[in-house]
Write a protein that binds this ligand. Structure first.
Ligand code: PEP
Length: 248
């Protein structure tokens, strides 16, 4: 059975004090479950606070929301992969739609970030997904395939370490989620892309993201193609998050 990943993307919420208070409540309410991992992606300034608090719980992990592909240099405002390794991160979110469409991150840049993380043995949570007009034009798979193609040619042992989060752009932060069946169709195609690269499709973790909450989470997680969830808004409250990651 594929392992499940529940990932909390806090976006620009929860500084170090709020992160400490969140974890205090959360850890009281969520006991380890061996069939799933729970990773937090706080703002970079709160990362070490979170990591210190989850240390000792093998099911919990932490990463950052963005990373640069160069190991060091004059890149004001950026964080490098060697810094993440030194700090003990599990990985980083790469290619989130807010980075792609809000900050102009290109497919190629997302690919460079994923390659740098994989080369260092960290896990990219690599986000792919189409905009509403692309879905309506029947271009969903063409867009997702184009976003994946920047990973073409990576060694299979590295590709198998990837987490690919299918996050339709029109579903993120909008309250409108993909149906389990719609998501499953894309998840199957994503696994097919990996199979063509020579990777066992069951080695690749493919969570869904986009307005997941306590109301729709159980139905989405009941879909066998969905290996967990990447959650923004509904991951900000410790009690709600502990309940959401306990579904199914
Ligand atoms: C996200 O930030 O990746 C996300 C899915 O956000 P939300 O759950 O708020 O839609």
């Amino acid at each position: 059975m594929r392992r499940r990943l529940f990932a909390a993307n806090w976006k620009m919420h929860h500084g170090p004090g709020a992160a400490r208070s969140f974890l205090g409540t959360f850890l009281e309410q969520y006991a380890r479950r061996t069939d799933r991992d729970v990773w937090f992606f706080p703002p970079a300034i709160s990362f070490t606070t979170v990591l210190d608090l989850v240390r000792g719980r093998p099911d919990l992990g932490a990463g950052v929301q963005n990373v640069h592909w160069e190991p060091k240099g004059a890149f004001t405002g950026e964080i490098s992969v060697p810094m993440l390794v030194e700090a003990g991160a599990n990985g980083a979110i790469v290619g989130h739609s807010e980075r792609r469409h809000g900050f102009g991150e290109t497919d190629e840049e997302s690919g460079n970030k994923a390659r740098a993380l994989l080369a260092a043995g960290l896990v990219p949570v690599f986000c792919v997904g189409e905009k509403l007009e692309e879905r309506e034009a029947g271009e969903t798979w063409a867009v997702v395939r184009r976003q994946l193609n920047v990973l073409d040619g990576l060694p299979t042992r590295q590709l198998a370490q990837l987490v690919v989060a299918y996050e339709p752009v029109w579903a993120i932060g909008t309250g409108r989620n993909a149906t389990p069946a719609d998501a499953a169709e894309v998840h199957r195609s994503i696994r097919g892309w990996f199979e063509k690269q020579g990777v066992n499709p069951d080695d690749v973790t493919v969570p869904y993201g986009g307005s997941v909450n306590l109301r729709n989470g159980a139905d989405l997680l009941a879909e066998p193609e969905i290996d967990g969830v990447l959650v923004g808004g509904a991951s900000l409250d410790p009690t709600g998050w502990a309940q959401l990651i306990s579904l199914r």
